[in-house]
Design a protein around this ligand. Sequence first.
Ligand SMILES: Cc1ncc(COP(=O)(O)O)c(C=O)c1O
Length: 383
Amino acid sequence: MPTLTRGSIRISDMTKTIHLDAPDIGPVEKEKVCAAIDSGYVSTFGPLVGEFEKAFAGVVGAPRAVAVQSGTAALHMALHILGVGEGDEVIVPATTFAATLHAVMYVRATPVIVDIDPKTWCLCPAAFKAAITPRTRAVIPVHLYGNASDMEHITAIAAAAGIFVVEDATESLSAFLSGRHLGMFGDIGCFSFNGNKLMTTGGGGMMVARSSTVLDRAVYLVNQANPREGQEGFQEVGFNYRMPNLNAALGLAQLSRLNGFIELKKSFHRIYEAKLRARGICGMQEIYPGADPSWWFTAVIFKDNAEVIRVHEGLKKMGIPSRRIFKPMQTFQYAGTFQRGSCDNANRLYDRGLCLPSSTLNTEKIIEEVCDAIEGLMKKGSS
Ligand SMILES: Cc1ncc(COP(=O)(O)O)c(C=O)c1O
């Protein structure tokens, strides 16, 4: 029986479980983690962290990568290393997980929340451009659910304005734009290996960058800024963000299965598209031209909020988990003043969108059954 998480529901006949975003852990992972335990290297010292960094860099086509304890830590470190701080503004899209916003607040910069593109659901380049002021230091495009942001325009606007680009690629491992891996367009790219992501290390993250100075600084800072050879005592405040060896063991095992995970995610997306979109039941996130998304999640949009609630609740009763789209961040209690311009597209998406079971613990047959269940609920609603 696979591990159950918050995102899994066992259906009423007790014969099968439908998973929303639960991790896919098996014998390969167990063997690798047990070997790491047997080696005695369980914490931040150990050979597997470097091995994992090297293998990951190979997957995304980066010269080097630095492993950390979460995607949030990667975003925090990215802004810190680029010198973003108090008095600076950082532009973020309204539709993302709260961690994107929190990382900006950790460095005491001011987040500026702008709208998304209604088709790709990622940062709207025009809204980004309109929000730039002399105080803007960075922008964080988020590649939502494994789809690509319009990096061509975002990087051009940022370059013209002298703004850093930190890519929140936490949801977009194995996703490409014009043949380049997402996370490799900006100054720093950040990935997450949280339990619900495309692959997991239990908890963890990774940073990639073109500049080796940036990465050297990341290695130093995430390891408490431990004095280097020849240095007497600590020189600056560091962070305990280094990934432990045990997590890297899990990461290496998952990385060896990544292609299989992605194939399945794409297949699920194709099934949802063929059975739901093609029959006009709902709409889907549109692919930015030239993008090859990895579809961490397949999400769909319905006619209105009442329909979303009806399907969400109806599926739950049938033992099928689903999840609402991220609540736009300007609606958070502490974030209302951060909004700049209208966020109508993000609000509309939240009202009408729903994330469907996407864990690779599911089978294609299960995904077809989920489509049938949605179709049934829609028919019931219209009769
Ligand atoms: C868009 C986005 N940014 C940041 C994060 C933070 O990653 P982590 O949970 O590894 O800190 C997540 C996922 O959790 C995410 O979905």
